[in-house]
Design a binder for this molecule. Structure first.
Ligand code: SF4
Ligand code: F3S
Length: 104
């Protein structure tokens, strides 16, 4: 499965939602997650994200994000249409350690 990672936080461009054939993105206040039980591993969302936030869960260090996506996908509402990105999305693009420094 693919997972949404830290780079999505505060960027939330939602281009990923537009291309997903199974509508498996779920929306939190600051980022999206993928429901791993619904993702069919097609990979089309990965290159669409301007923040490069989407990765296969087989990459190193993805355990934390795999459980993060699984946990929040069951709590957050499904998102099936692209939204306007937050006005400050570009300022947050590429910022390191967003989760630890700004949201904990
Ligand atoms: Fe959707 Fe495919 Fe991305 Fe999975 S890999 S979230 S099915 S677009
Ligand atoms: Fe987030 Fe990238 Fe989608 S910033 S909302 S994963 S396009």
């Amino acid at each position: 499965t693919y997972v949404v990672t830290e780079a999505c936080i505060k960027c939330k461009y939602t281009d990923c939602v537009e291309v997903c054939p199974v509508d498996c993105f779920y929306e939190g206040e600051n980022m999206l997650v993928i429901n791993p039980d619904e993702c069919i591993d097609c990979g089309v969302c990965e290159p669409e994200c301007p923040a490069e936030a989407i990765l296969p869960d087989t990459e190193d260090g993805m355990e934390k994000w795999a459980s993060f996506n699984r946990d929040y996908a069951s709590q957050w509402p499904n998102l099936t249409r692209k939204l306007d990105a937050p006005p400050d999305a570009d300022e947050w693009k590429g910022v390191a350690d967003k989760l630890d420094k700004h949201f904990s």
